[in-house]
Ligand binder design. Structure first.
Ligand code: UD1
Ligand code: MG
Length: 449
């Protein structure tokens, strides 16, 4: 039987934040959610999350929280106290208890499995993950005696000699829960932080093992914003390396960020300052950026998108977007289309080979195939209360500065005169024009004042 306890009750004082530490995000996901996701991979029998500081906020932040049992620790008197509260709250303290700090977000399920296997194989009372750090500042230092862990001394309680020990406690433990619960209530808070340390349980257990792994960034604990940004960098580096090895070019990799879920095809070039977020797929042979943001969208083959922002939309193949276009949610731009400078598109569908090249707003619209939307065209889609649709048929030619007062429906091969305000539907093959005729008054002189 495997139970997991994730410690997430602390405030995170060193973050200097009104947000609980475990809710800070790296690459779009909270620290706590990352730890939980790693645990789900192990298929444990039960998962406990210990919350305390802003517990409601922390509990509500978790997706799929039906599989989780919450235990409240109030006040938060240290990591050992958190486990005292857990042992009291749960009837049967039996099987293995994997304890994870909620602020060690990059821990991999494979590493957790290695720890559990070692623990089982050696029939240990406690096994924990350690690593040697070049700069161990802030971590608990682990002291071994032969193969066993003798004790762990926290940074704030170390003397000068203890402080130089590079072997640190990663905050990831596998306990024999029965044995732990027998000694847990004997832990005291007679240390420099006046907290009950979980690490003080180690000398009280007989068979305490260390699984030392290479310091590859996976064990980085987050206590302040510097470590938060180091973690972000480390996760981003591994995401970008994965894409580079799969045939993606980054022109200026440090200035770009890519979500873990993003898929990017071969021979895609990512220019500087490009950010690909959420569930986005970029297909092969695209050039994305510079200065481009794409979230939860699908970009087809051979597209070029520069200096633009795209949310929740479908961009099919061979499309050029930008510079300075904004494609808002629920839009579909079909193949061989072109969206140009200072164009905003929202909740609209553009069929193949359509062009909206300059300074336009297209909202709640359906634009037919091979239709050209002239510069400055606006769909007036909002009457103050409701949004309305604009439909323009295929092969139409919309004159510059046309305003469509929606709802409006134009047939195929319609032309509109430049500067027209279109308020009435028009049929196939018609010209719609609505503007006062130009009057030329000849030999006209301005009044002299
Ligand atoms: C802890 C370890 C240290 C280890 C380091 C690894 C202890 C005493 N020290 O130190 O040996 O090297 O992690 O990153 O355990 N929490 C609670 N309730 C509390 C206090 C904390 O749930 O009363 C939670 C926090 O929300 C956090 C985790 O426990 O997620 C660790 O607490 P933190 O204060 O960050 O401990 P460290 O000083 O990093
Ligand atoms: Mg910590």
């Amino acid at each position: 039987m495997l139970s997991v306890a994730i410690l997430a009750a602390g405030k995170g004082t060193r973050m200097k934040s009104s947000l609980p530490k475990v809710l800070h995000k790296i690459s779009g996901k909270s620290l706590l959610q990352r730890v939980i996701d790693s645990c789900f991979e192990l298929n444990p029998d039960q998962i406990f999350v210990i919350t305390g500081h802003k517990s409601k906020e922390v509990q509500e932040s978790i997706t799929d929280n039906k599989k989780i049992q919450f235990v409240i620790q109030d006040p938060q008197s240290g990591t050992g106290h958190a486990i005292q509260v857990l042992c009291k709250a749960v009837k049967k303290n039996e099987g293995k208890l994997l304890v994870l700090n909620g602020d060690v977000p990059l821990i991999k399920p494979e590493t957790l499995n290695r720890l559990i296997n070692l623990h089982d194989f050696k029939n240990a009372d406690v096994s924990l993950i350690t690593t040697k750090k070049k700069n161990p500042y802030g971590y608990g230092r682990v002291f071994l005696e032969g193969d066993f862990i003798q004790r762990i001394v926290e940074e704030k309680d170390c003397n000068d000699l203890e402080r130089v020990n590079p072997l640190i406690n990663a905050g990831v433990y596998c306990f024999n829960w029965g044995n732990l619960s027998e000694i847990i209530n004997t832990l005291q808070s007679n240390n420099n932080q006046k907290e009950v340390y979980l690490t003080d349980s180690i000398p009280l257990l007989k068979n305490s093992l260390s699984l030392e792994i290479e310091d590859n960034g996976e064990l980085q604990g987050i206590n302040n914003r510097i470590q938060l940004s180091e973690c972000e960098e480390s996760i981003q580096n591994s995401i970008k390396e994965k894409h580079m090895l799969n045939g993606v070019t980054f022109i200026n990799k440090a200035s770009c960020s890519i979500s873990e879920e993003a898929e990017i095809g071969k021979d895609v070039i990512i220019e500087a300052n490009t950010h690909i977020r959420g569930n986005t797929k970029i297909n092969s042979h695209c050039i994305i950026g510079p200065n481009t943001f794409i979230e939860n969208s699908n970009v087809g083959l051979h597209c070029e998108i520069s200096n633009s922002t795209i949310y929740d939309s479908q961009i099919i193949d061979h499309i050029k977007i930008g510079p300075y276009s904004h494609i808002r949610p629920n839009s579909k731009i079909s193949s061989f289309s072109k969206i140009g400078n200072f164009v905003e598109i929202k909740n609209s569908q553009l069929e193949e080979e359509s062009k909206v090249n300059h300074l336009s707003y297209i909202g709640d619209s359906i634009i037919g195939r091979s239709t050209n939307i002239g510069a400055g065209t606006i769909t007036a889609n909002f009457d103050g209360q409701k949004k309305h649709q604009t439909k323009i048929g295929k092969n139409s030619s919309i004159g510059a500065n046309t305003v469509f007062v929606a709802p409006i429906n134009l047939g195929e091969s319609v032309t509109t005169g430049a500067g027209s305000v279109i308020t009435k539907d028009s049929k196939d093959n018609s010209l719609a024009i609505s503007r006062t005729k130009q009057v030329n008054i000849e030999n006209w002189e301005r009044k002299k004042s």
